[in-house]
Design a protein around this ligand. Structure first.
Ligand code: ISL
Length: 554
């Protein structure tokens, strides 16, 4: 198999609980995914990332793994998994799993044994730190509160960067590393093609456990995120992981890495980098004004454009990014990136064009391809996600009214993207015959696959047009591997770039509700894609309608 077989591919993320429920228990499952492989093939998907399907108590929806070698019964059996891998392969689709190895579940056998004997060998699988006077330091977990919880019956505390049901694994312990590596190889042996690697920059800890100045919130704590800078070096762990596992199988890996600096890119995704690719979270992070969801603000088209240009400038000579507009942790891209009054099929198609044709591996998140938007939940009780519930309570304790707190979490809740995939406009969306595990108060069921699949003008059909360009006889090579080059940079709200390989493809996106005029430098050879029915052109003068996107071949 070719070394970088994954270059120029199109990927899709499945959130298994919410994709397709084959046995009508209200929860999606593996057989449900297998049933939809033809749909995915038709969409032009090469790589399928499954969010965790391992055995789990689902405190954090599967990102708390109780057994790395077992499929959770709500998803089916290991036979179902084998069948999915095989059926996908038949359709030219590679499966990648979610690799969650910073932490496991408190229900994992290792943690249970550690609790049973807090001085025994399994205690060394975790960070059990002795402390006489309360918690060892002032670090705040990602989901709120201290990262420390008491080991019952001792004066020790265990570390959890995320929820208290997600104890961090002790990567300092070579036995733990070896067991994790064996597990990774076991899955690769099974025939999966690689992994999306969860929260991987958290595996190295600052073992001095020093407190840091509070980040200014009332609890006097500091987010564990800030501590990562002191947890160095991480290289030896990542190198060992890569050499003992991924490299041996020529696996595709995409790291969940945030806030990487330009200097780190070579190490992360360069020629001999730790991962095949990492996600480009920069467009998503644009909203992060202040620390809490209630302080976040929607970014502008110009900010988006600037970030994208900068990112490619910084990265493209080094490695390949994986691009997203949303995922299971984020708001829906349409709602995040398009001003509410401008959301339409046209603007969704414009956003799609921007992401899918950038240089990189586009990851389409389930439902994105039909233009699913944020969901409305009327009360905090209707939410499932632990992060949402935490952000709501923080907002309340910071003095927001119930209404304002709810408003903030509505916009950024992880549940926005976790509701069932909308296959039809039926009561339960053709996802299930029974009430799904997560349901918004007012589902926007008019957005569904059935109504779009045979409509040549639908968002879904448009996504297919974009992915088809990856296989285009004349222009495919440029889309798959051509250089990214910004054009018409100074034109307000116009996000425009070329992909230059054997041929030249120009992508022009008017990301605004105002008409835009530009003068083309030369006549194009072929209009490859237009998200509107017509093109308003006089000679080289081009009038772009609001949110019009054009893909021109030269
Ligand atoms: O979700 C977030 C913000 O809404 C992030 O802080 C998130 O927790 C972080 O990106 C790590 O995410 C990953 O690991 C978590 C899990 O909850 C997320 O679903 C996963 O993507 C812990 O395993």
């Amino acid at each position: 198999m070719e070394k970088n077989w994954w270059k120029g591919k199109v990927a899709y993320q499945i959130y298994p609980k919410s994709f397709n429920d084959s046995n009508n228990d209200g929860v999606g499952d593996l057989k449900g995914i297998t049933e939809k492989l033809d749909y995915l093939q038709d969409l032009g998907i090469d790589i399928l990332w499954l969010s965790p399907v391992y055995k789990s108590p689902f405190v954090d929806q599967g990102y708390d793994i109780a057994d790395y070698y077992a499929i959770d019964p709500i998803f089916g059996t290991m036979d179902d998994m084998d069948e999915l891998i095989m059926e996908a392969k038949k359709r030219g689709i590679s499966i990648i799993m979610d690799l969650v190895i910073n932490h496991c579940s408190d229900q994992h056998e290792w943690f249970q044994k550690a609790l049973a004997d807090p001085n025994g060998e399994y205690a060394e699988y975790f960070y059990f730190v002795e402390s006489e006077n309360g918690v060892p330091n002032n670090w705040r977990s990602y989901f709120g509160g201290s990262v420390w919880d008491k080991v019952p019956g001792t004066n020790k505390y265990y570390l959890h960067s995320f929820h208290k049901a997600q104890p961090d694994l002790n990567w300092q312990n070579p036995v733990v590393r070896e067991k994790l590596f064996n597990m990774v190889n076991w899955w690769l042996e099974k025939g999966i093609a690689g992994f999306r690697v969860d929260a991987i920059m958290n595996i190295k800890k600052d073992l001095s456990w020093s407190s840091l100045p509070s980040d200014g919130e009332e609890d006097g704590l500091v987010t564990v995120d800030e501590v990562l800078a002191y947890a160095q070096p991480i290289e030896p762990f990542l190198t060992e992981l890569k050499e003992k596992t991924f490299d041996r199988y020529n696996a595709f890996t995409v790291g969940e890495v945030f806030d990487e600096t330009g200097d780190e890119l070579q190490f992360l995704i360069g020629e001999n980098g730790m991962f095949s690719s990492i996600f480009d979270f920069r467009p998503i992070l644009l909203d992060r004004k202040g620390k809490r969801w209630y302080t976040f603000e929607q970014s502008s088209a110009n900010a988006l454009k600037e970030t994208i240009y900068k990112t490619h400038k910084l990265t493209d000579s080094i490695g390949i990014l994986s691009t997203i507009i949303e995922n299971h942790d984020e708001a829906r891209g349409a709602t995040r990136f398009i001003p509410a009054e401008d959301i339409s099929d046209t603007s969704k198609k414009a956003l799609a064009t921007l992401q899918i044709l950038r240089k990189g591996i586009p990851f389409i998140y389930q439902g994105q391809e039909i233009g699913m938007e944020n969901q409305t939940f009327d009360t905090i009780q209707e939410y499932d996600d632990i992060n949402t519930i935490n952000e709501y309570h923080v907002a309340i304790s910071d003095g927001l009214t119930d209404e304002d707190a709810l408003h903030a979490v509505q916009k950024y809740s992880r549940d926005n993207a976790r509701t069932p995939m909308q296959w039809t406009d039926q009561e339960y969306f053709g996802f299930s015959q029974v009430k799904p595990w997560l349901l918004s108060s007012h589902p926007n069921r008019q957005i569904n696959v059935a109504s779009q699949i045979n409509d040549a003008t639908s968002v879904l059909s448009y996504y297919k047009k974009l992915t088809a360009l990856y296989r285009h006889a004349l222009y495919g090579e440029s889309i798959r591997s051509g250089v990214f080059r910004p054009v018409y940079e100074s034109v307000d709200h116009l996000i425009a770039y070329e992909r230059v390989g054997d041929r030249r493809v120009q992508v022009l996106i008017n990301f605004s509700n105002q008409e835009q005029r530009i003068t083309l430098e030369e006549a194009y050879t072929e209009l490859l894609v237009n998200n509107l029915e017509s093109i308003n052109q006089g000679g080289l003068e081009l009038y772009l309608e609001p949110y019009q996107a054009l893909v021109l071949g030269y």
